[in-house]
Write a protein that binds this ligand. Structure first.
Ligand code: DGP
Length: 116
């Protein structure tokens, strides 16, 4: 999908308004439109990278940054010490529906394992 047609690129660019829980030069964070838990936040890369599998190794440090932002938001949302989950869905079987790299922060209820 070209970046100009990408919903997350439009959100990153501010073409679609909404509350930003976090914003820096690499990522933004917003609440998921279809929450799967009492807290469901998306940490979205500013750069349009279609999927985890498309992340070149030289850009892999963004995953550490996304995790750090997820951890900080988890603390801010009061999810620790009960716990939370950070998830990246990749590809159709991975449950990815938006082809733009993003991390899910889920919490506020016990998570099941294995995931569905
Ligand atoms: P995934 O299935 O891993 O690709 O997750 C995509 C998530 O993005 C899904 O949980 C729903 C959410 N989402 C899709 N469109 C929008 C939107 O326009 N705004 C917000 N806040 N979330 C969206």
């Amino acid at each position: 999908m070209p970046a100009q047609d990408c919903i997350f690129c439009k959100i990153v660019a501010g073409e679609i308004k909404g509350e930003r829980l976090f914003d820096d030069d690499q990522v933004i964070a917003i609440r998921d439109i279809n929450p799967q838990a009492p807290v469901h936040i998306l940490v979205i890369s500013r750069e349009h990278i279609e999927s985890l599998i498309r992340l070149p190794s030289e850009k892999a440090p963004i995953l550490g940054h996304m995790s750090a932002v997820g951890n900080e938001l988890a603390r801010h949302e009061g999810l620790w010490p009960k716990g939370y989950r950070l998830v990246i869905n990749a590809g159709p079987d991975g449950g990815q529906s938006v082809p733009h790299l993003h991390l899910h922060l889920l919490g506020g209820r016990p998570m099941r394992w294995p995931p569905g």
